[in-house]
Design a protein around this ligand. Structure first.
Ligand SMILES: Nc1nc2c(ncn2[C@@H]2O[C@H](COP(=O)(O)OP(=O)(O)OP(=O)(O)O)[C@@H](O)[C@H]2O)c(=O)[nH]1
Ligand SMILES: [Mg+2]
Length: 406
């Protein structure tokens, strides 16, 4: 992560009707989790997207002109960076997702490292990975992200060369060599993951007769806290995104009956598909669950709750986790006053299907954990008749329904 060094970031942000709308506060949380201190923001409402830099040339010139001034107060550090070429200590973070050529062009003009949202998320994952599987998955995600970028760069070069009539020149060799090396690296990582997956399959088969519960939801919703309280465990929890990047499964006994409960990586809005792809073997575990606890932070603004719910539904569809009973766990109730709680509860009841199990509570409190365990026992033994099983179609339909509300 920050390796004890002070990592300084200036954030650039482009808005345009065709671009996804990212939450500023959430991005600050991501930057902080990766160890950056943000010292300035530049935002621009674009009339037209600049394919070369995403932001407009005028804005970019302004940023370049302000560069040394912006790093004022960090000037000594900045000078040292130039001297020692410790480029990673001063960066421009882009709130948006950038295309490979845009990162390249921006870095060239700014003479400073440029990190977009996807690469930032990957940095946090890297900092939090503790298991071999997570480490391999992150390597794979980085390989996917960087290779798309690198291959585009090399193929652009190739086009330029071809225009110069150097048909099978140096560029072609470099492109082919990179493609081969990418395939080789991907094969090695996928093979390593396959070995781990087989071990996991064995473990899963061994507990086939045990009822498996998966806790899922947006990052920072309180998933690990819930598992900790249910199990008396002490897994890392933090008010920060992506604290958990590996799966953890624990055994639990409720009314004398065994079940397992798993916690895993959280979701985020517009999650890069490369990360989903790389983490598929971890995420698809959810698809094998007998029951899902979909955790939401009820202290978020209602619009945010809807947004996060939508993201969660989208990921569940992507990883094939449907036709499974769902319990909606509305967490962090302790952060709300009675009036706000009542209002939000009513609004949530409007969006969540009527015959769903909704549970309001606080993952920090024993009482919530106990009641939730009882609820799981009832669902397991079909004592709760109204446990909504969501099909792929109904999940997708809810994604669309929420779109109208946002
Ligand atoms: N007030 C309050 N805080 C809570 C509650 N549940 C969790 N938190 C806090 O919310 C923050 C996030 O909790 P985690 O359990 O790490 O969340 P997570 O969903 O596992 O997050 P990631 O692993 O980062 O995706 C921590 O600071 C928790 O202490 C709750 O019921 N009430
Ligand atoms: Mg967690």
């Amino acid at each position: 992560m920050s390796n004890g060094r002070n990592k300084i970031a200036i954030v650039l942000h482009a808005r345009h009707p065709t671009l996804p709308i990212y939450d500023k506060e959430e991005f600050e949380g991501l930057a902080k989790a990766a160890g950056y201190t943000i010292i300035k923001w530049y935002s621009q409402n674009l009339k037209k997207i600049n394919s070369k830099y995403l932001i407009g040339v005028g804005k970019l010139e302004e940023i370049v002109q302000n560069q040394s001034g912006d790093f004022e107060g960090h000037r000594d550090d900045f000078a040292t960076r130039i001297e020692k070429r410790r480029e990673e200590d001063f960066v421009y973070l882009f709130l948006n997702r950038l295309k490979p050529n845009q990162i390249r062009n921006l870095s060239a003009v700014l003479k400073t490292k440029v990190i977009d949202r996807d690469l930032l998320i990957l940095e946090i994952f890297e900092a939090h990975a503790t298991t071999r599987e997570a480490n391999i998955q992150i390597k794979l995600a980085r390989l996917f992200l960087e290779s798309t970028r690198k291959q585009k760069e090399l193929s652009d070069k190739l086009v330029t060369e071809r225009q110069g009539r150097d048909f099978m020149g140096k560029g072609y060799g470099a492109f082919e060599a990179y493609r081969r090396s990418f395939k080789e690296q991907r094969k090695n990582l996928v093979n390593e993951l396959e070995v781990i997956r087989k071990q996991r399959d064995l473990r899963r088969n061994a507990r086939r007769d045990v009822y498996n519960v998966s806790i899922v939801g947006y990052t920072n919703a309180g998933k690990t806290t819930l598992l900790n309280t249910m199990k008396g465990a002490e897994l890392d929890t933090k008010d920060s995104p992506f604290t958990t990047v590996s799966s953890v499964t624990r055994n639990l006994t409720v009314n004398g009956e065994e079940l397992t409960i798993s916690d895993s990586v959280g979701f985020v809005y517009d999650i890069p598909h490369e990360i989903i792809e790389a983490f598929l073997s971890t995420l698809e575990e959810v698809a094998f669950a007998d029951c899902i606890i979909l955790t939401l932070d009820i202290s978020d603004a209602l619009e945010e709750i809807f947004q996060k719910l939508q993201t969660t539904f989208q990921v569940l569809v992507k990883i094939g986790a449907y036709n499974i009973p769902v319990v909606y766990f509305m967490n962090k109730v302790d952060k709300l006053d009675t009036e706000t709680f009542t209002r939000k509860q009513a609004q949530l009841l409007e969006i969540i299907p009527e015959d769903s199990v909704m549970f309001f509570g606080s993952a920090l409190e024993e009482e919530t954990a106990e009641q939730l365990c009882q609820k799981l026992y009832e669902i397991k033994n079909s004592l709760t008749p109204s446990t909504r099983v969501l099909s792929q179609e109904s999940l997708s339909a809810m994604v669309e329904r929420i779109k109208v509300l946002l």
